[in-house]
Structures are given as C-alpha cells and as structure tokens.
Design a protein around this ligand. Sequence first.
Ligand code: GLN
Length: 193
Amino acid sequence: MKKIGVLAQQGAFVEHIALLRRLEVEAFPVRVAKELDGLDGLIIPGGESSSIGILMKEYDLVEPVRRLAKRGFPIMGTCAGMILMAKRISGWHLEPLGAMDMDVRRNAFGRQVDSFETALEIPVIGKPPFHAVFIRAPYIEKVGDGVDILARLPNGIGVAAREGSMVALAFHPELTNDLRLHSYFLDIVCGKG
Ligand code: GLN
C-alpha cells in the first residue's frame, strides 16, 4: 500500500487524511522531517500559508521538502499549499518553497467574494465538473514552460496546475466527497498518471 504524508502544522490536514484513507492508502500526518522518510507522496493542505510556512521553518521542514520537490517527488498543494509551492508569490513576506515554476497571488479574489463554490471543469478528471470550494483562495497569475494549467474559471483565471509529479489546486478538494482529484494524485504517485 502506498504511503502518503500530509503536512500537519496547521490547516485542513485531518480532512485530507480521512479522504485518503477512503482510497485505501496509508495516510499519515507529518509534523517533523523524519516523518517524511519512506513516504511515496506528500500533501500540503490549505490553511494559513504564513502560519504553515513559519511552522515548517521552525520544524526544519523547508529544506527537506525542497529537496523532495527537486528530485521529482509527488507533492500536491491545496489552497495555502499551492501558495507555498509556488516560486513567486504576490503579497508574501516569507521565502516560498519554490517547488513549482508559477506566480501565485494570495487572497486573490478580494474581500467581498473571498469564498465561493463553483462547478469547475477539470479535463484531466473528466465529467462531471468538480464542486470546487474556494476559501480566501489564491489564483495562478503566470506559469513557466514546464507547467500545465489543469483548470480555469470561466474568466480564464488558472486555478489548478501540474508540473511533473507536482499538482497545485487553489481550492479545497478535501472538503467534498469527490475523490477524483486525490485519485488523480495517487495515479501520479503510482506512476500511472
Ligand atoms: N488565504 C490563505 C492564505 O493566504 C489561504 C486560504 C486557504 O488555504 N483556504 O494562506
């Protein structure tokens, strides 16, 4: 059985773990670097990116996760996790992980509409559209050549991307009952995606 770790400094890690367990993989919270040993994939959850970033630094997780990303390890970041994975972030005062070659804007949808839900077309998981929950979400401003945008809002804004074995989602798939995006990530982990 594949082993997936979920960074458990802060945010929606419990929900990711519960959802992964429904897919019959072993899922563990990761709080310190040695808990990364022996994993097949890693999820960086949504929450508050500054808090997660600060705690990752405090628990010496920044460099180990950067090293994993560099060697092509499967990592999926959701919402705050997507912010942390980007190379360049607008509205950020900490050093990003820089795992994916993209520019991300934090709290990008502004105050009035900072949370919304929408039916999102994501061609790589097929039909029907995914019920995407955006909570004070970021969006993707620009991507480098090696990055594919997996989904866009109707106005063209990118909200999901993939680079090699890494996936970034601006929304919270762990807050729905739809397992397709976690399955998509597990296919990457298993070398099938
Ligand atoms: N607005 C949060 C941040 O900047 C992200 C929100 C979330 O993960 N739902 O970190």
